[in-house]
Design a protein around this ligand. Structure first.
Ligand code: GTR
Length: 421
């Protein structure tokens, strides 16, 4: 753990040294900014009814995010083909049924992602589900020895292939995945290794699903087409197509969640696909829940430089020009209305700008009010470990660093219990 933190700091330090740019961590140095009004159309007209929001303003904002930030994804394959690879009704000491499902992106059997799923055996009917991407393979989420090991694909080391056999051991990320706690609370859990959809490194968009959808002659996405985050979000929607067909799952109660880069993808998935009843962002930061105009911690320039493949090419035009962005991230949160959204921050995760994440919830709130709902019921940032769960936008800032841990999960479950039970 300490070693990992040290490596992260060294990487960040060398990155800023190379770029000659220090991140701002001082509130007094946050620039003055004016946020785009979610309730004002681009032509200046004000939006004062649900209908106007749903029919006009929401599509307008969605289109702006798609064109300038995440990029447009192609239509998902109709009737996506799936295959149950395994099923065990006696998993986790008989507590759960474990299934592994392959979802094929095309007619061939070559390109697919594998959903790993646990469903509580003690259930009266279909169950609500938490669903999110994992970083280290399906087998990393718990120590269940029968999970099929994901094929891990990472930036190739000199002379080697991108496939890294056994890069992560069984249960490697189990502290982030409280499977048994969720099962005991009556929730299902599903996950997909994000590298099944698009491996997380800049290879010019050759090794993920992109080439399967290129038009003839196309070799990389157009400037307004999907970067890796949008690709992951697209994959999350493909999984939702499957969940709708699985009788064990209540598809009207699926919470899509993600930590960090996966939190950014979860938010975008919740924006483009309104079948997700709840959207959870954990420490998603820049390009996720945090307001870009605050330029606190990670900025558009730093993120586009370190991860040039995450967003669409158009987003790079806004490096150092956050004020010129036609949208800011509170409007992404607003796109979830009237559904549930939860923003989780960690107080030491300054790189992700906890206050900027909180403020997104505050400034998305007027859209919830249009629906007669309370968004975030407070305007001042709550104290550490004092979650706010009474509105449709939930929030907490926990003690500690960039991570997703049991405390975070306990809050998500409490929030879900209020609405899903
Ligand atoms: C960081 C990145 C963040 C965040 C994080 C993660 O290096 O700058 O935007 O996404 O990675 O995904 O853990």
């Amino acid at each position: 753990m300490k070693k990992t933190l040290l490596i992260i700091y060294i990487l960040l330090f060398s990155f800023f040294f190379a770029n000659g740019q220090e991140p701002n961590y001082e509130e007094s140095k946050v620039p003055q900014y004016v946020l785009p009004d979610p309730l004002k159309m681009e032509n200046g007209e004000s939006v004062d009814s649900k209908t106007q929001w749903v029919e006009n303003r929401r599509p307008e904002i969605l289109h702006l995010f798609e064109t300038h930030i995440y990029g447009k994804a192609p239509e998902r394959p109709m009737d996506i083909r799936c295959e149950i690879l395994s099923e065990n009704k006696y998993a986790l000491g008989n507590m759960a049924t474990r299934k592994e499902i392959a979802l094929y992106f095309t007619d061939s059997n070559e390109h697919y992602m594998t959903i790993l799923m646990y469903i509580p055996n003690k259930r009266a009917g279909a169950v609500p589900l938490f669903f999110g991407l994992n970083f280290k393979g399906n087998h990393s989420i718990c120590e269940d020895p029968d999970i099929t090991e994901s094929v891990i694909r990472m930036e190739p080391r000199k002379g080697e292939s991108e496939i890294r056999p056994h890069a992560f051991k069984l249960g490697d990320a189990s502290s982030r995945w409280p499977v048994e706690m969720l099962i005991a609370n009556g929730y299902g859990l599903a996950t997909v290794y994000s590298g099944d959809i698009d491996p997380d490194y800049d290879d010019g968009f050759q090794n993920g699903v992109h080439p399967l959808f290129y038009k003839s002659g196309q070799t990389r996405p157009e400037p307004n087409e999907w970067g890796t985050l949008a690709t992951w979000a697209w994959g999350l929607s493909c999984a939702m197509d499957y969940f709708e067909t699985d009788e064990d799952i209540d598809a009207t109660k699926v919470a899509v969640f993600g930590h960090s880069r996966h939190g950014k993808a979860a938010l975008w998935a919740g924006a483009i696909d309104q079948r997700f009843a709840m959207v959870i962002s954990n420490d998603s930061g820049c390009g996720g829940a945090a307001l870009s105009r605050r330029k606190y911690g990670e900025t558009s320039r730093t993120i586009n430089t370190t991860f040039p493949h995450w967003f669409c090419e158009n987003f790079k035009q806004y490096n150092d020009k956050e004020n010129e962005l036609p949208v800011d991230q509170h409007q992404l949160i607003a796109l979830m209305a009237p559904r549930l959204v939860y923003i989780a921050s960690a107080v030491e995760d300054r790189w992700a700008d906890p206050k900027g994440e909180f403020l997104s919830g505050v400034h998305a709130t007027p859209v919830y009010e249009l629906f007669g709902l309370t968004g975030l019921p407070v305007r001042d940032m709550p104290a550490v470990n004092q979650p706010v769960h009474t509105g449709y936008i939930g929030y907490h800032v926990r003690a500690g660093y960039h991570d997703i841990n049991l405390y975070d999960w306990q809050q998500f479950v409490k929030f879900a219990n209020k609405h899903f039970k």
